[in-house]
Design a binder for this molecule. Structure first.
Ligand code: FUC
Length: 806
């Protein structure tokens, strides 16, 4: 028996190391547009590498570089007086009046995530054409390489961004000595000055605006970008240092940049820092010393040899990345797929090619992007992760918390990247602080609230600039309540009670207090009023409205928070009285309803829908990411969810399609989930905004369009849900395996309760599963319709086979 176990353990190990190879995006031409450039990042610095020959463009970001300053208080002191009239209007079914009055309860728009600048490396080949051009992004090394030959000399550029040293390095090599002659400069769209500090050091200092309006907000006579706020808080400062270290050759520097002649090798080191000093500090007057930070980072990086720096980077990155391996290689793959450059391969896939290895690449790309954009101590990944080139990025590249920010983190715990969840969890705590002020100012309620949009400053009011935004999206009230699910999930997956007690529980409890005050009685039930269903509208007497009473999503989010808190208080053995109140209130929440078409109703009444194919499917929150509905525990509601999804159709934006992978996986329909995967993996280079489309860009960034990273993250989460689920208190093995994945294995996934799971399957049947318990707890495992109970010791490993489920 022991031998068998060792044999199986070895099988798991070898499967991993083999299959982690070849996780590369590669191309045979430079990027001609931003969505062809390759993203690298360490959660602080982000860079898009174009791989140009005579002009290499590396577009830069710094994760904390945002416009604005701390959220302003008391911007709308009259707001509260409209709450009762809105409720009154809703009692009278006067949706128009309710809508008009909701606009009077808005605050300002969120601030914007900004680009840091461009690093340009010019190499003049006097028109000579390159041959053997190649560039790639290695996902398992987090390293981008560009290689080409000109006049018989091979040039290689190797780029990575180290998290342990917080530095970007670019190593430029040539096969012939003394053949590197380069002009290198830094620039920025922000206010900046670039100076040469010494012969080989360029320093860029700059300043962010104190306000940047969203690109969709352009009132007449208002400057969309306010560079200096003389009456309040001025914008954030930043500094970036660029140093060149040469083998052979000469270097001089001036305000135009670094000028290198006849070097044999050049290593560039780039550091960046901002004066951001927390969500509640003015980044100018109370800011950090960004100059000291950026130059110290540079000094420290230079103490290490390049090889050491690289080794530290690889060790650090791979510690996270290699935890999970998905192997689908043993399935039908069309012959030439593997030899195509990634953009061509994606096009062929779009045209129907079978390529499970590409699906695996896309899966791991989601994990790669999260490790690269979300690191402990840093900011959460925003709408574009950490990669944005625009001053007024789409939707301000902000935190949109009616789906997008949450979706960014669905993969974190389940794909064994719990540490990458931390920036979001910390930020939620910040948000709960501004949210407490907002709950009191706008609603005279206890606890904390956040609406539809937020930013690095933890903006928590309803956005809309006091009347500009449509309440259908601007005045959604459940952003904070939904985010609390992440606090609970972090505990659920890790079993970290100390975290639950000290960090999660207090914030969750305060969010519940807001709900207690926000919910009102109607016909014996507790309902939310006003209420919207993100961003959908209904029709009454031929007119569209968004504001009503008790959207299904509101009720399901309250159910979720109350349920999580009830369990949390039991686990911690605290707050028995409060728990009773949660139980009482949960029982009174307006229940889910099934409509005339068999669908799950989106609102408390069966209104005519204005947009039956809306990209949001908010009413299905209880199915995913919630756990109120499942085909096993509530089959009737699950069937209704299925009907709703069919009525919605498979169309949608990138994130909408990603969500649908998750929904279909939760409905245990692997083939439909797989169909949605093929839909989201459709090649596109459309960068115009839209509300349908979706797809994947040549660099495998998700297309809303335009680029929005949630679709990448949401798809990885969805594929994981096809293989493993645990939201109902049972570890479900291979719940939604599609026909296209006949054979495969996945290693290193996490299940709630603190379990590590590896599964191998053959002919669509589970062959073996390895379960490791972190904390030593009991668990239920389901396969093939049968549930088996196990009790685990701490760190105990069990290897199970189908025999165990007979
Ligand atoms: C929500 C969505 C949009 C977009 C934006 C960032 O408002 O409805 O489709 O994703 O967020």
């Amino acid at each position: 028996m022991k031998k068998v176990i060792i044999g199986l353990a070895l099988l798991f190990v070898s499967v991993t190391s083999l299959a982690q190879q070849n996780l590369k995006l590669w191309y045979n031409k430079p990027a001609s547009q931003w969505v062809e450039a390759l993203p690298v990042g360490n959660g602080q610095i982000g860079a898009m590498v174009f791989g140009g020959v005579e002009k290499e463009l590396i577009q830069l970001n710094e994760g904390s570089l945002w416009s604005g300053g701390p959220m302003k208080k008391n911007v709308n002191p009259e707001a509260n007086q409209y709450l009762e009239p809105i409720r009154e209007a809703l009692k009278n079914n006067d949706y128009q009046l309710a809508t008009d009055l909701c606009k009077k309860m808005q605050g300002y728009y969120s601030e914007s995530f900004l680009p840091l600048g461009d690093l340009v490396i010019k190499q003049d080949f006097k028109g000579a054409q390159p041959t053997q051009y190649y560039r790639d992004l290695s996902l398992n090394n987090a390293l981008s390489t560009t290689r080409f030959t000109v006049n018989n000399v091979e040039y290689v550029r190797e780029i990575f961004i180290s998290a342990p040293n917080n530095v970007m390095t670019i190593r430029i090599m040539a096969s012939k000595s003394k053949s590197l002659t380069l002009d290198i400069n830094l620039s920025s769209l922000l206010t900046k000055s670039v100076i040469a500090k010494s012969n080989n050091l360029l320093v860029m200092n700059g300043k962010a605006p104190s306000r940047v309006d969203p690109s969709y907000f352009n009132p007449k006579g208002r400057e969309p970008i306010l560079w200096a706020d003389t009456s309040g808080c001025n914008g954030m400062r930043f500094q970036s240092n660029l140093k060149a270290v040469l083998k052979d050759g000469f270097i001089k520097a001036d305000a135009e940049g670094l000028h290198i002649n006849n070097a044999s090798e050049v290593i560039l080191y780039l550091t960046a820092a901002t004066s951001f000093n927390g969500f509640d500090k003015c980044p100018d007057s109370q800011g950090k010393d960004e100059k000291a930070i950026a130059s110290n980072l540079l000094k420290n990086a230079l103490k290490l040899s390049y090889n050491n720096l690289k080794k530290k980077h690889l060790d650090d990155f791979q510690k996270y990345f290699n935890r999970v391996n998905l192997d689908l290689s043993n399935n039908k793959t069309d012959a030439n797929q593997l030899s195509l450059p990634s953009d061509e391969r994606l096009k062929a896939y779009t045209n129907g090619a079978s390529d499970p290895q590409l699906e695996r690449l896309f899966y791991q790309y989601g994990r790669y992007l999260l490790i690269s954009s979300s690191r402990s101590g840093g900011r959460p990944a925003n709408l574009q992760g950490i990669w944005n080139k625009e001053m007024r990025a789409p939707w301000s590249s902000n935190y949109t918390i009616n789906i997008n920010t949450q979706m960014n983190y669905w993969l974190a715990e389940q794909t064994n990247l719990s540490e990458m969840h931390e920036p979001l969890l910390d930020w939620i705590t910040d948000l709960s602080k501004t949210g407490k002020v907002t709950a009191n100012e706008y609603y005279k309620a206890r606890g904390w609230v956040a609406h539809h949009n937020s930013d690095i400053w933890g903006l928590s009011n309803a956005v809309g600039d006091k009347g500009d935004g449509a309440p259908t999206w601007a005045n959604w009230y459940m952003g904070g309540t939904w985010l609390c699910q992440h606090l609970w999930e972090h505990y659920s997956f890790t079993g970290d009670k100390e975290y639950l007690r000290t960090k999660a529980y207090p914030v969750m409890k305060e969010a519940a207090l807001f709900c207690f005050d926000w919910l009102i009685e109607k016909n014996g039930y507790l309902v939310t009023a006003p209420s919207t269903s993100p961003e959908n509208e209904f029709r009454v007497n031929g007119k569209n409205y968004g504001v009503t009473v008790a959207s299904t999503m509101d009720m399901s989010i309250c159910w979720d928070l109350f349920t999580n808190l009830i369990e949390a208080s039991k686990v911690l053995n605290i707050d028995a009285e409060f728990r009773d109140r949660l139980i009482e209130k949960r029982a009174k929440l307006l229940p889910l309803k099934i409509g005339s078409k068999g669908q799950l109703l989106e609102w408390s009444e069966e209104y005519e829908e204005s947009t039956p194919r809306q990209r949001h499917a908010s009413q299905l929150f209880g199915l995913h990411p919630g756990r109120q509905i499942s085909p096993i525990t509530t089959p009737d509601f699950a069937e209704a969810c299925k009907k709703s999804l069919e009525l919605r159709g498979d169309e949608g934006t990138g994130w909408s399609k990603a969500w649908k992978i998750n929904f279909w996986a939760r409905l245990r329909d692997g083939n439909h989930a797989y169909k949605m995967l093929r839909d989201i993996l459709k090649y596109t280079d459309d960068q115009k905004g839209g509300v349908t489309g979706g797809g994947t860009y040549p660099n495998f960034f998700d297309a809303h369009p335009p680029f929005q990273i949630d679709g990448n993250f949401g798809a990885t989460a969805g594929l994981t849900e096809m293989l493993l689920q645990s939201q109902t208190g049972v570890i479900d093995l291979l719940p939604a395996l599609p026909d296209a994945w006949v054979n495969g294995s996945v290693k290193g996934l996490r299940a709630r309760g603190g379990f590590g799971i590896d599964v191998i399957w053959e002919n669509k049947l589970m062959k073996t599963v390895r379960i490791k318990s972190v904390g030593g707890t009991a668990c239920k495992v389901r396969y093939n319709g049968k549930i088996v109970d196990f009790i685990f010791q701490k760190n105990q490993i069990r290897i199970l086979s189908p025999e165990d489920f007979k």
